[in-house]
Design a protein around this ligand. Sequence first.
Ligand code: ATP
Ligand code: MG
Length: 740
Amino acid sequence: MDALLEGLNAAQRSAVTSPASVLQVLAPPGSGKTKTLTARVAYLINHERLQPWNIVVCTFTIKAAREMKERIRGFVGDGIEAKLILGTFHSVARRFLIRYGQEIGIDKNFGIADTTDSKAIIKRIITRHQYTIDPSQARSRISGLKARGTTAEQFAATSKKADQHEFMSIYTEYEDTLRACNQLDYDDLLLRCTELLQKHPACVSTIQAVLIDEYQDTNNVQYELMTLMAQWMKRITIVGDPDQSIYSFRAAEIKNLLRMRSDYPDSIVINLEMNYRSSDCILRSAMAVIEQDQGRLNKEMRSTHGFGERPTLRHLATNQVEAQWIVEEICRSKTLTAGLLGFNDFAILVRSASLSLSIERALGKAGIPYRMVGGRRFFDRAEIKIVLDYLRVINQPEHNDALTRIINVPTRKIGEVTVKALLEEAETKKITLWNLILGCARGKPPQTKISPQAQRGLDTFVNLILTSRRKLIPEDGEECHLLDLISHVLQKISFQNYLRVTHKDNWEDRWANVEELVAQATQMVSITDGYADSDDVLPEVEGVEQRKDTSADTLSKFLANVALSTEMERPDGEKPEQVTISTIHAAKGLEWPIVFIPAVYDGSIPHSRAEDHDEERRLLYVGMTRAQALLYMSCPAKQSAQDETTLSKFLTPKKVQDLLMLQGPSFKSDLVQDLSRILRRPCPSTIDFNKAQGLVERIEDDWYPLSRKEIDGEEGSWGASYDRDDGSKNAFKRRKVETS
Ligand code: ATP
Ligand code: MG
């Protein structure tokens, strides 16, 4: 049989080879939807002879895009997968806009305003008018309207309420500012691409198939985009699972599943029922949670693995104790399975990023390496932001926000008051701040009074940007090397020295981050990671003007990559042997042998601010179904200074409770054999189960602070001891916690 179809079950195979033009694969987690979608892409290339650039594939995250590419490469041969139009909706839209956007008046050099940029613009508008609206709220409201395709004008026309006046003027002014700075925000990428494809269908005349993963989380604009991209051949494959819809806050419309059936009455639905990911017991407990949702269709789901170990539900005293317990369980299961598990087999999935703090601390103290997904972005670190802002200004001097942030960093004796006055003057004159200071450096003084010192500072700054821009677009036609450009800037602003002076205690770490950025800059534009491919893949089409990728675009491509790497993901290459900490949202589509879900109490999940508890339940369901072999959930009786907590209502029904155990797995030989089967890894033969059992008994003892002697004797234990902040050693053993 074709290697492509090997390792697929009958239902998956029929989906991969289906001649149907519109195909919906709806199936529960772990049933191989993503695997099937990937195989279908390869099938279209190998068997139906589609060219990779005839195929659009939309994934939900950059990580997913990268993984999918790797899998496809295995089937179609090296290099072919790079020519696919594959990435997140946003990155696919960006590629169309770069290539053909001038048809609708989009300047090729457009920048992408990320969430931070958008918020900064809105904040400035609010401050200027002394409005009372919260900037974050205004931003998400604007984004919500845009995601639904409602423009400021349309909103103004429909909303007559007087109290909407403030919001409306913010929305309008925000849009004007983006336009003036030649920026598109995330929503614009999708909206403008929709506009492009509506007005110039020729842009997609070569697209012969559109495939979409995690379809349940597409919103109206994305649906529109999908339809438009497929408007010629009407060949669409979507895979998804309504039970995993967790993005309604981004206006994902589950209705789009039904809409698709009425828009494409010939569409064929294929269900997959076998679950290849999780043990039967994990699956059953997840099902018991999701079945509490009255409004859903009941679906069959069977595990291909044995019953496995019951998921653990542990009650603990505080979130610190909880964090410590997680650390111990990680070390314990690693020790007791004698090399079967590595740190990268563990994931800790949290409802909100803020919950990870105590866990990070505990992991850090125990010396366990971890990586954060969905936390603070690498690109949001102060020192990185400064460098990026320089690059933004060099790329696009009209980027007022970036310019304002760095004009006096490192200090050039241009005071805050002066900057503010200059900004206001520029706004009054309706020119960009850059044009104002450029004139100023060229002997056209502004109205704002500037001290001679500040004037010298401005001159230096303008000079730096101008020389850097010359490097960017070299006159002799040579290529711009991003690396040279960044080095030039870092050297001109003596950045290392600046960090050394401003951050005496940790300037080395910060400088290391900058070096990491430089390494990434060179990597990002060359590797094929889902969005960094050449935009030239999109073909030339008659009647539509297109732009060529030139060397000067390297910088804007890099900056776009930075902007499109969402808060959800870290771009830095994954290092092996790290525990993953992630939000549940960002864990969508992924799997780990062992998963912890801490803080399962009411107020955390369901979240206290969440209105839609069905969606919160689905979120827990997504979290639970990430686990392959072992699932741990825990509920601290106290979360920080907060009141007493109560167990999440999603876990209280008897049907769920019956499937859970309270103490955690005991790692007897059966379990280890089970684990090795599920993970398809050879069972370690060297485990001394008696010794292991001894360890287990010791750990089942009460928690109590250890004496100095005991601590010394504890060496090489599983990380239960750590240094206290005051420098003294502190260690605990387990204390039994009352479970009700
Ligand atoms: P989710 O809804 O969580 O995104 P999914 O339906 O996309 O899940 P996949 O990630 O494609 O599921 O597959 C889950 C796991 O099962 C993967 O490890 C995959 O390799 C494996 N798998 C899928 N189908 C098969 C099969 N026919 N034989 C063996 N393993 C399979
Ligand atoms: Mg998937």
